[in-house]
Design a protein around this ligand. Sequence first.
Ligand SMILES: [Zn+2]
Ligand SMILES: [Zn+2]
Ligand SMILES: [Zn+2]
Length: 470
Amino acid sequence: MDPSSTSPCELDREFAPQIAQLLAAPPLQSAQEYYDRLIQSGKHDGIRVNFSSKHGKGVCANKEFAEGDLILKDRILVGAQHSLNKIDCTVCSYCFRFVGSIEFQIGRRLYWQSIGSNSDCTNRRHYHGSDAGSSASSSGATKENSNTLPEEALRSLINGNLSLPFTDHFGLPRVVACRGCEEERYCSQSCADSDWETYHSLLCTGSKTDPSRRSAIHKFVEHANGTNDIFLVAAKAITLTVLRYNKLKRQPQKNTDESNFSLLMEAWKPLSMGFKKRWWDSVALPDDVDFCDEDSFRQQIRDLAYTSLQLLKDAIFESECAPLFSLEVYGHIIGMFELNNLGLVVASPVEDYFIHIDDLPDDEKEEAEKVTRPFLDALGEDYAVPCEGTAFFPLQSCMNHSCCPNAKAYKRDEDTDGDAVIIALKPISKDDEITISYIDEDVPYEERQAQLADYGFICTCPRCQEEKPN
Ligand SMILES: [Zn+2]
Ligand SMILES: [Zn+2]
Ligand SMILES: [Zn+2]
């Protein structure tokens, strides 16, 4: 399959030279400058990004780390909560912190759960009929629920009329709504403003958006929710670029000596660092698809992306940024999220809350549980589903894989937002490469290599060299 000649997207032909530039690996010096600046602005002085001809990008230690030390807290470049996870967790759409209160979290989840079990609208499959590779799951919403509580009680929890005992130990930020739509919620006005400026102003379905665009955005979102929510995060990557481009264009000095396309290249720079492969070429073949059907499976996925892109174009097309709306570019953006080895995860404060109740002295516990028990029973086994989603972390994504890594992604109690947190697993010396494992490394050699094949490489880490059969 050669999409350059067979792409159904006319922009791929019309803007072929520009698209080739957008997808080309950035020049080494420009990439090095980008990472140096990113490290400097985030004050991540413990690391640096290196380039080598053998392994491409890699992250090295700039100082010593002891076991358990924090190496990096990496800010999300573009991320989104899974659509179905929104039923379980209400988080800030910008930093992914849980918002409202413990009561609000429990009330909303049980409320959505009761609606979900009635309409069955949550049993959506991905990729039209196949759920392979699906990253969105909602244990809470799809399970049978025999313990439904009266709707009145749930409403009281949500609107703050009913308080549960000891929740004042678990204060969450007050909910700030989007200035346009009712859909997006934030932990603060500054997150609301940042989201608006960075991604959301082009995707908001509120009254500030003109009605025809609003309905086009709805169609795009509905399609993504019904097929694969990875399109929602891809759309945010495009709005990020368009909004950065518009901002660059407003700077008077930029307008005189630079062409519009070079401004677009500049706006696109953070994303251009992350590309690997097109989505339809990189998705792992699901177990229920026969090898001889692989071509038609990949074709189907590409068609799905094409449909999504047409809907997105109706919603936010900006002619000066036309090359961004080509299928090739869209495929690479989605592929970047598909191949990112670390998703967005934020632990639920509801879990801490019920653990706290469980740990109370017997008499206090008994008293508290009279109130909390019915809610815990209604929530069921998965009473504390974490916030989960798709995200791209610019620095963490530069870390290479090892089956005997010296670091890992690990959220500590204080890490309550969506940032990726990398912790040292063993002592690391200055100039050592920092490695993480992209897979479950506690499996035999063959299985590891098979999983890593999806990332497009054969692992030659010290452990693999030792365990490799002769
Ligand atoms: Zn926030
Ligand atoms: Zn909005
Ligand atoms: Zn290995």
